[in-house]
Design a protein around this ligand. Sequence first.
Ligand SMILES: [Zn+2]
Length: 476
Amino acid sequence: MRWEGRDGVDDGQVVRRHNLASVLRELRAAGPRSRARIAAETGLTRAAVTSLVGELLALGLVRETQGQGAGHGGGGQALELDGRLTGLGVEVAVDHVTVLALDVRGEVLHTARTPLDVPHLGVTRGLDEVAAAVTAGLDAVATAASGHEVVGVTVGLPGLVETAPGALRHAPTLGWREVPIVDELAARLGPRRPPHLGADNAANLAALAEHATGSAAGVPDLVHITGETGVGGGIIADGGLLRGVGGYGGEIAHLPIGDPAHRCLCGRYGCWETAIGLPALLREVADPGDAVTDPHLDLPARLAEIRRRAELGDGRTLRGLDAIGTSLGVGAAILVDLLNPQVITLGGYFAVLGDLLHEPMAAELDKRAAVPGRGDCRVEPSVLGFTAACRGGALVALDAVLDDPGHLAPASGPDTVLAATPVAPAAPSPAGASPAGASATPGAPAPPTPPAAPTSPAATAAPAPNAPPRPAGGTA
Ligand SMILES: [Zn+2]
């Protein structure tokens, strides 16, 4: 079989990068494997697998393990993903910057939420704060005695993001326009910049997290709607994120289904966001001056107070929640008719108050959806809380590296990303084997496939959904 590079010329490095990713995918989906078994299951030759594994050992992406998974006459140590590989997800929101570090086994190593008035800070100081939060996250992971190391960072933003090259076009709630997020962050991080650095719409990242590990894990068709100051949407269709031609797919906040008297931060009138965003909730349940409307107070505490009032039967609160739930149902019916999802997941404050919003939302959805029985679509509050976008960011960062380990290889030769990896002597790479990443593009777009990081030992036994075609035979 002959493979061609992106420039149309035979390119051994492209083949090798593809094959490195195939081996990683196998280990990630199926768990520890001997070299022989990897060869049998990927269709690569044993010599090829030995060479590829040598490179992956040198990169610190896999490690030797005893016993399990050998099989097929493996006659030796099995290999597994190095569980210390860690992704960092960052969410930049109106009132906070949050980071979360997740290792490849799905364990959260670090999370920190910094309350900030991001629109007031402006772009430059806001980015300084983002860089500081990332640096603190890198420090937290590095100082954990476990030897974990961050291989990628993805920043989620509440607006239109072009994932390649990682630039924000417009985030109305932040007041940010045309910000080259990845470039700006790379400049601020300097030598601490991890191998992969990316940016994406925060709701897209949250949808990916819901699909990978959340309340709709594994559901191939879902819509995620998240509510904070702004409203975000992410659509998983047929197992993958629906990005559209420009990457802006899922931008549901500005559907013109709100009250035309209400001006949206985007400049239009009557956007859905004006009917269901956090300001709408606060307007409906409280008068100005009420403590629950005070942006300086912790949002979870304010939401808890709204819940308390609802449970006490406060009429104003109950009417407000009913109005928000009904407006949620109006838009949900459009999404159900348009996309026929199996599940709608609710994130942000919609998740926190999900049980209180469910009844009016469901009633309106049933009334308006043209699809019979709303296509059996369920509405599920997110179990990931306010961390969904960060989790998705961390997963996407890990995926970017595992799908193309070339991110980690310097032009001069394979490098060890994780320090002092205690492995048995690695099979040597053949002379002249070019480092896979020689042509890697820093900040390359996140992979279109959803993350599938195993979250438990049991999950590692599951076969990879949508496994890409496997190249047969040769090595690079
Ligand atoms: Zn709008």
